[in-house]
Design a protein. Structure first.
Length: 390
């Protein structure tokens, strides 16, 4: 979801549009939706599987760091750092990892392992909310700040109290809002949109990025001073391909989860299916694995899933193929070209090379998929049909 609120004992907030949602926190009588439901197709999903266990309905029973599935050394190192971060209530944390590695789930785990576990957890996807709305959501506004501002509104950084605000895809935060966030982090104070008075804030900020912020700084799309202010405590989440021994554990967990949540017959994986899963590169990480397992469980009629039922995305060979396509070149004449023109060519050519595969194009360009979608709209690029040669 673009924005998600977790509050203790209900909410004083007004109703929101469909792209904004709330979930209850510890102490609330409501039950948090299953995390697995957010693994598929959400803007800001959690991405690490959780085992069945405590059914009390409290968030920490579902998303605690101790419930994250995996035994690999790479995952254990990330968990060790997360526990260290949780011990400090106000330390700013930057979580870095590929799409689908579980950045939001780690952020929630840090929150619920911290002294602020009973306070709100609020998640915002910076790439999914328009700039004008994002400023109001984060910093609030005063009455009359803009045409529809009929009353004062407190932003999430203020409403979170002593809880946590999670800023997903922080690299997509508009350049204009970056100095405002920097000031809030450094001075623990902000001004609402249209306001003159400073407001104190007391929350912890956890940010996450699936792209290289260093490259964004070089392109002058992300402020260097804000990067260093966010990068106080850095946690790197390993991609699934680097988590030796975890694929089978996660696959078996997802099968058990399907049986419990959807009333499906309990199924097992054949030896050849396990071998295929372990050999796959998993470009979509845990989210991709979850989808593959669910698809295979639905297709399989018996109680055992074999390799033939696993629909795995083949990684596209962009070089060294037997029939390579034409080389694309970006030409810059002596009189020069604007950066926007060069960028438009780069995006268009990469979509042609990947045959319309937006995920692959975004990965190679080093940008997030929402950023790619925005540039496609901005430049009016016609995307080739997936799989069609150009």
């Amino acid at each position: 979801m673009a924005l998600e609120r977790t509050r203790n004992g209900g909410s004083e907030l007004p109703s929101r549009p469909d792209h904004l949602a709330r979930t209850p926190a510890a102490g609330s009588s409501a039950v948090i939706p299953p995390l697995s439901a957010a693994l598929n197709g959400q803007d800001s999903p959690g991405s690490v599987a959780l085992p069945a266990g405590d059914s009390s309905g409290s968030p920490e029973s579902s998303v605690g760091l101790e419930n994250i599935v995996g035994v690999s050394d790479a995952l254990r190192e990330a968990l060790r750092h997360a526990r260290k971060a949780a011990a400090s209530r106000l330390t700013t944390v930057l979580i870095v990892g590929e799409t689908g590695t579980g950045k939001e789930l780690f952020a929630r785990g840090i929150h619920y392992a911290s002294p602020a576990r009973g306070d709100p957890f609020m998640a915002v996807n910076c790439a999914a909310i328009p700039e004008a709305l994002l400023e109001s959501e984060l910093f609030g506004h005063e009455r009359g700040a803009f045409s529809d501002a009929r009353g004062q509104k407190r932003g999430l950084l203020e409403l979170a109290g002593t809880g946590t605000v999670f800023l997903d895809e922080i690299g997509e935060l508009p350049r204009r809002l970056q100095p405002k966030l920097l000031r809030a982090l450094e001075n623990r104070r902000l001004q609402r949109l249209g306001g003159l008075e400073d407001v104190s804030i007391h929350c912890r900020v956890i940010a996450a990025s699936n792209t290289g912020l260093s490259e964004a700084m070089q392109r002058d799309e992300f402020r260097e001073d804000l990067y260093y202010r966010l990068n106080v405590f850095r946690i790197v989440l390993p991609p699934l391909r680097d988590r030796e021994g975890d694929v089978e554990l996660l696959a078996r967990h997802f099968l058990g989860e399907l049986a419990r949540q959807q009333g499906m017959e309990a199924k097992t994986l054949s030896a050849d299916a396990i071998a295929v899963l372990q050999a796959h590169a998993w470009p979509g990480n845990i989210r991709e694995l979850k989808n593959v397992i669910e698809h295979a469980a639905i297709l399989s009629e018996g109680d055992t899933i074999d390799a033939a039922r696993l629909m795995l995305q083949k990684r596209m060979a962009l070089s060294g193929s037997s029939a390579p396509g034409p080389i694309r070149e970006i030409h810059i004449p002596p009189e020069g070209r604007s950066l926007a023109d060069v960028e438009k060519d780069a995006v268009r050519f990469m979509l042609e090379i990947t045959r319309g595969n937006r995920s692959a194009a975004a990965r190679i360009l080093g940008i997030s998929r929402p950023t790619l979608a925005r540039k496609i709209r901005e430049y009016g690029i016609v995307v080739p049909a997936p799989g069609r040669d150009t």
